[in-house]
Design a protein around this ligand. Structure first.
Ligand code: IDP
Ligand code: MG
Length: 139
C-alpha cells in the first residue's frame, strides 16, 4: 500500500470544505493514516515549494499558504499517489474538469484547495517533512 501527502490549503479550511474533500478521498477507497493542523512557516514553504521559489508568483503563493493554518493528511491506498493526483485535477482550477476536486471546488491557479504529492519520491520526502513516525498509523 502506498501513502501520499495531502495538504488542505487555507482556501479549503476557510471555506469549510475540509469535510467534503476528506469525504471524496474516503469515498474513493483511501484511508486516513495521519492528520494534523499546522501553520506553515516561510522556511518550510521554501523547502516544500523549492521548485517555485524563483517564480514571480512565489510571494503571493507564500502569503496564501501562510494566511491560515493548513491540514496535513497522510492518505493510504493502492496506487494512491497517482490516483490522488487524478482525483485532485490539474493546478489551475479553472482548467480542471468537473468531477475533480479542483474543478468542482477550486478558484484559480493559486487558490486550488489542496496539495497532493506528485511522485513516489516526493511522497516519501513530504511524509518525513510533515509527519514524525509516531504520527502515522495503520501499518
Ligand atoms: P500542483 O499543486 O498542481 O502540484 P505546482 O506546480 O507544484 O502545482 O505548484 C504548487 C502550487 O503553487 C500550486 O498548487 C498553486 O497553489 C501555486 N501555483 C502554481 N502555479 C501557479 C501560477 O502560475 N500562479 C499562481 N500560483 C501558482
Ligand atoms: Mg506540485
Amino acid at each position: 500500500m502506498e501513502t501520499t501527502v495531502i495538504l488542505l490549503k487555507p482556501d479549503c479550511v476557510g471555506r469549510r470544505l475540509v469535510g467534503e474533500v476528506i469525504r471524496r478521498f474516503e469515498a474513493a477507497g483511501f484511508t486516513i493514516k495521519g492528520a494534523k493542523m499546522m501553520a506553515m512557516t516561510r522556511e518550510l514553504l521554501r523547502e516544500h515549494y523549492a521548485h517555485l521559489v524563483a517564480e514571480p508568483f512565489y510571494p503571493l503563493l507564500e502569503a496564501f499558504m501562510m494566511s491560515s493554518p493548513v491540514i496535513a493528511l497522510a492518505v493510504g491506498g493502492d496506487g494512491v499517489i497517482e490516483r490522488a493526483r487524478t482525483l485532485v485535477g490539474p493546478t489551475d482550477s479553472r482548467k480542471a474538469a468537473a468531477g475533480t476536486i479542483r474543478g468542482d471546488l477550486g478558484t484559480d491557479n493559486r487558490r486550488n484547495i489542496l496539495h497532493a504529492s506528485d511522485s513516489p519520491e516526493a511522497a516519501a520526502k513530504e511524509l518525513s517533512r510533515f509527519f514524525h513516525s509516531g504520527e502515522l498509523f495503520g501499518d
